[in-house]
Design a binder for this molecule. Structure first.
Ligand code: ADP
Ligand code: ASP
Ligand code: MG
Length: 413
């Protein structure tokens, strides 16, 4: 069997942890499997590198940031390879470009465009364990990175390109839980979850998997499991559909949240100007990511438009939209920071019309005001005050998970 194993920052956070990871890789190899390892940077070292740049300069050049951040993974990969060599295995660390990972020519958040697997395949054939730096690739000779948390995506992309039998994501929790167990200690580990539900959770802020890792795993049908590098417990399988739970399944599979949300409101946009098209085209052209959008009709002539952006983008978004005031003739622009978004996700929601109502009732009973709402077939999101995130997630978990006994969630082991 060919296995791609990815180890996250905490899992390689100290030399002691790297020893433990080497032992696990050794165990897999001794069991007769070919293993390709992908590593993140040690502990919080990527954050430390970002901080150095922030201390030094006002404007961080995108190319140089990628050069800088890509070094973190090189440290853990070479240390792990060294330890494997000492244990008597053949091993070799490879940077993203040495492993053949090509990306789009974009800095900071590049997508993997193709992988030339020749080098890796040769190493595997020679019985060498490749230890690949996660989170990075190359485009036109330039080092690129895949976005924060992107090592998961490196691992899945390699597993897809190598047609691996399994991609294992080793992290600091036992698997995927009904919500972040750091916020809700009562969160329950899921035995399995569908790609679609996991993709929603990841996109809505559940940090446990990088959204593009899930997207690629779904697209290329990569068998994916999330488990702990600290224990031998079963993890969570990410699968096409959970047949055994088709009926009698829970309505809500998981709860996710995102902090650092801000709301911008453009008041009194004249209808005849097609304000929406202009405002959002301009924001997109300036690279501002817009999330929840709500438009309300004030009267026949005007609408109010509210939307959310990441807090880091507020001033840029406000200045982009302010530039349009004269052309569009809207009344004013307002912004509100220190917000957050909490979301409930579940494929079972499609046929359950009362779910949104139950969410609003739960938040009302917890005394939490809702600022905005957005829905899709399998999720409902509410924008709330930043300070309300944890009580909101806890209350929703009580309503939708702890009080719901329709279906067992986990194999306890
Ligand atoms: P790694 O460094 O291994 O990539 P991350 O910190 O990126 O680890 O992701 C693991 C963390 O994700 C956990 O420690 C947990 O706090 C958080 N998390 C958020 N939502 C969930 C969830 N639904 N299930 C499990 N962990 C979650
Ligand atoms: N080291 C990178 C980060 O901290 C990538 C990763 O850990 O997945 O974002
Ligand atoms: Mg991660």
């Amino acid at each position: 069997m060919l296995v791609v194993q990815k180890y996250g920052g905490t899992s390689v956070g100290t030399t002691e942890r790297i020893r433990a990871v080497a032992d696990r890789v050794a165990q897999t190899t001794r069991a007769g499997h070919a293993c390709v390892v992908v590593v993140s940077a040690m502990g919080h070292s990527t954050d430390a590198l970002v901080q150095l740049a922030e201390e030094l300069v006002e404007h961080r050049d995108a190319r140089e940031m990628d050069q800088l951040l890509a070094t973190g993974e090189q440290v853990s990969a070479s240390l792990l390879a060294m330890r494997l060599l000492e244990l008597g295995f053949k091993a070799k660390s490879l940077t993203g470009w040495q492993a053949g990972i090509q990306t789009e020519p974009i800095h900071g958040n590049a997508r993997v465009s193709s992988i030339d697997t020749n080098t890796l395949q040769q190493l595997i054939a020679d019985g060498v364990i490749p230890v690949v730096t996660g989170f990075q690739g190359i485009a036109n000779g330039q080092v690129t990175t895949l976005g924060r948390g992107g090592s998961d995506t490196s691992a899945v992309a390699l597993a897809a390109a190598l047609k691996a039998d399994l991609c294992e994501i080793y992290t600091d929790v036992d698997g995927i839980y009904t919500t972040d167990p750091r916020v809700v200690p009562e969160a329950v580990k899921l035995a399995d979850i569908s790609y679609d539900e996991m993709l929603e959770l990841a996109n809505l802020g559940a940090q446990v998997l990088h959204p593009r890792a899930v997207e690629n795993a779904k697209h290329f049908e990569v068998p994916l499991v999330v488990r702990s590098s600290f224990s031998e417990k079963d993890g969570t399988n990410v699968v096409t559909m959970t047949e055994n739970r088709m009926e009698g399944r829970r309505v809500v599979t998981g709860i996710a949240f995102e902090r650092q949300v801000a709301r911008i409101a453009v008041i009194g946009v004249p209808v005849q100007e097609h304000g929406l098209a202009v405002i959002f085209s301009e924001l997109a052209a300036h690279g501002v990511n817009v999330d929840v959008i709500v438009q309300s009709v004030v009267d026949e002539a005007a609408v109010d438009v509210s939307f959310t952006v990441n807090e880091a983008d507020v001033s840029r978004a406000v200045s982009v939209v302010s530039e349009l005031q004269e052309t569009l003739g809207f009344k004013k622009i307002e912004s509100e920071s220190k917000l957050a978004k909490v979301s409930i996700v579940g494929a079972g929601m499609i046929s359950n019309p009362g779910v949104a109502a139950q969410m609003f009732v739960t938040l009302r009973d917890a005394g939490i005001p809702i600022h905005m709402v957005s829905t899709s077939e399998i999720k409902v999101s509410c924008v709330v005050r930043a300070g309300d995130v944890e009580p909101a997630v806890q209350a929703l978990h009580k309503t939708f998970v702890e009080a719901d006994t329709t279906a067992p969630l986990t194999k306890s082991r």
